[in-house]
Design a protein around this ligand. Structure first.
Ligand code: PRP
Ligand code: URA
Length: 215
């Protein structure tokens, strides 16, 4: 993992497997089926790092030979919150690591002209103030969607939120960390910049369209 100097709350998960799979994901020739599998696998690898500081408590366990002390993650189940649509692609891989995690959903899309987020759905567990949230979206471009999603979670009572994305633009990291300096951001890559249409360069194109085969 590495921490770019410009963004103290950003961590880049630069494990060799993540970098390898992200390169395949960027390839315009990668078909939908493989794209989906890669998003799933990268999300799982990143979740391993994103949950590194979960708090544990000691628990007793009976082995076949004797009583021992083991460890369990403390508190309520972690909650995954994909931003629809593309965040959905990250859920299953993470659930394979944490099968009892809860899953909320936030529906947002970016208006084509203003690039500002338009929200259409919100559902998370009721006891938000007692939970750790992993907010999921493969793309952090202008940062408008992620910042709006974090604001919605906070309005619902959430205080412990981490944002997990695959590709981030400097503009998006700057906006998200300016509006929500308390939210750690994990990305597989910090890319160069946005183009005039708000797409990340070099990026991977439209994540939702590539995941679901729409265009
Ligand atoms: C994409 C992406 C993010 C958002 C990022 O979603 O999945 O949610 O854009 O852009 P931003 O940082 O500039 O807000 P999109 O709006 O295309 O919706 P979709 O997933 O439903 O296609
Ligand atoms: N949304 C995407 O899916 N890709 C981008 O490059 C920017 C926003």
């Amino acid at each position: 993992m590495s921490q770019p100097h410009d963004f103290p709350s950003l961590t880049i998960v630069d494990h060799p497997l993540v970098r390898h799979k992200l390169t395949l994901l960027r390839d315009r020739a990668t078909p939908t089926k493989l794209f989906k599998e890669l998003v799933d696998e990268i999300a799982m690898l990143m979740a391993y790092e994103a949950t590194r500081d979960l708090i544990l408590e000691p628990v007793g366990v009976e082995t076949p030979l004797e009583h021992a002390t083991g460890w369990a993650v403390r508190g309520k189940k972690l909650t995954l919150v994909p931003i629809l649509r593309a965040g959905l692609g990250m859920v299953e891989g993470i659930l394979r690591l944490m099968p009892s995690a809860r899953v909320g959903h936030i529906g947002l899309y970016r208006d084509h002209d203003t690039l500002e987020p338009v929200d259409y759905y919100f559902k998370v567990p009721g006891d938000a103030s007692e939970r750790d949230f992993l907010l999921l979206d493969p793309m952090l471009a202008t940062g408008g969607s992620a910042a709006a999603a974090v604001s919605s979670l906070k309005r619902a009572g959430a205080t412990r939120i981490r944002f997990l994305c695959l590709v981030a633009a400097p503009e998006g990291v700057a906006r998200l960390t300016r509006e929500h300096p308390d939210v750690p951001v994990l990305a597989a890559s910090l890319d160069r910049e946005l183009n005039e249409h708000g797409y990340i360069l070099p990026g991977l194109g439209d994540a939702g369209d590539r995941l679901f085969g729409t265009r």
